[in-house]
Design a protein around this ligand. Structure first.
Ligand SMILES: NC(=O)c1ccc[n+]([C@@H]2O[C@H](COP(=O)([O-])OP(=O)(O)OC[C@H]3O[C@@H](n4cnc5c(N)ncnc54)[C@H](OP(=O)(O)O)[C@@H]3O)[C@@H](O)[C@H]2O)c1
Length: 295
């Protein structure tokens, strides 16, 4: 019998591509979204109303489901995700692929650490996809600086980051959910290279054929610009935390896991910018739905 996969976060950066990647495979797809109206009619799959904060929506979402692609939306409390994971286990879901973050196993402060443990305590087969920094953050959070100021404005110092393309993460999710050999495993998903933001700015300049710089702002200068844009303090603190990790050289580790799973090299930054060149031009709207985190 054809298996059924529930995709959460299906309108998000990774989830939208998981739906596409699964549609090439012999599975039925359940697309769990808060507002079914936001999902294009061209998308393959059964669209159902689903909200982590509304347990009354979980029953229909979990009915006759064999596997789950699980995303923790940044705005949802980890306890809600934990309760949902337990509900999935109770109704007999076989396996779960969880979008986690690289280093989560060692960092007790990040919600992913706690959620991973909750998943591992269930009877479900799990695969933890511990992703590095998404290339798509440049398209969402930092697009305005690139388009309006011709600069990549992040407080990452000269630290390197092993950027990964969300489309590659999505393909690996489809693989681990539909092929054998990935039960109770964790993968560190990075791109094929670690780049500092000066090198990223050079790639943007080459591909867009316009001057994009990296002014290498301090944490304070970055924080001030974000405050002028009335960004919430929590958001600014999160950004500073993330870029401090890069600044300290702790975001640079490149692994072979993406290549091994995909059977090809994961996408490079240059390919990402080429594919999205139009989205980085002034007259085009930002790609994808707003995350609430746009800078
Ligand atoms: N950005 C990075 O570099 C990075 C790196 C490693 C790991 N991660 C992790 O990736 C995850 C985010 O993934 P993403 O970037 O693909 O997501 P995203 O673009 O932030 O989108 C969030 C998704 O969650 C859905 N959502 C929000 N509230 C919901 C609720 N109450 N119930 C059900 N769905 C809800 C949204 O759908 P609607 O709004 O349409 O309902 C949307 O599809 C986070 O856990 C983050 O820590 C991010």
């Amino acid at each position: 019998m054809t298996e059924s996969i529930l995709v959460t976060g299906a309108t998000g950066t990774v989830g939208q591509h998981v739906v596409v990647a699964l549609s090439d495979r012999d599975v039925t797809i359940k697309i769990g979204v808060r507002d079914p109206e936001t999902v294009s009619e061209e998308i393959t799959g059964e669209v159902i109303k689903f909200d982590f904060t509304k347990p009354e929506t979980w029953g229909r979402a979990l009915t006759a489901v064999d596997g789950i692609f699980l995303v923790r939306p940044p705005v949802v409390a980890k306890s809600k995700i934990g309760s949902f994971v337990e509900a999935a286990d109770r109704v007999g879901v076989d396996r779960i692929a969880y979008l986690s973050a690289i280093g989560a196993e060692k960092n007790v402060l990040v919600p992913h650490h706690w959620i991973e443990k909750r998943i591992m305590a269930t009877d479900m087969e799990y695969t933890l996809l511990r992703a590095s920094f998404f290339m798509q953050n440049l398209l969402k959070v930092h697009r305005r600086d690139i388009v309006e100021h011709g600069e990549i404005f992040v407080p990452a110092g000269n630290g390197k980051t092993s950027f990964v393309d969300a489309r590659d993460i999505a393909e690996t999710a489809a693989i681990v959910l539909t092929e054998s050999g990935h039960a109770n495993r964790a993968y560190d998903l990075t791109g094929p290279e670690a780049l500092d933001y000066g090198a990223v700015a050079t790639i943007f300049s080459d591909v867009l054929d316009q001057r994009i710089t990296y002014p290498n702002p301090s944490l304070l200068t970055f924080g001030r610009r974000m405050r002028r844009r009335r960004k919430p303090l929590g958001f600014i603190a999160l950004m500073c935390g993330i870029y401090t990790i890069a600044r300290l050289g702790l975001a640079a580790r490149v692994t072979d896991d993406s290549r091994t799973l995909l059977g090809r090299q994961p996408r490079r930054m240059r390919a990402f910018v080429e594919d999205h060149a139009d989205d980085f031009r002034e007259d085009s709207p930002p790609n994808g739905p707003p995350t609430g985190n746009e800078a």
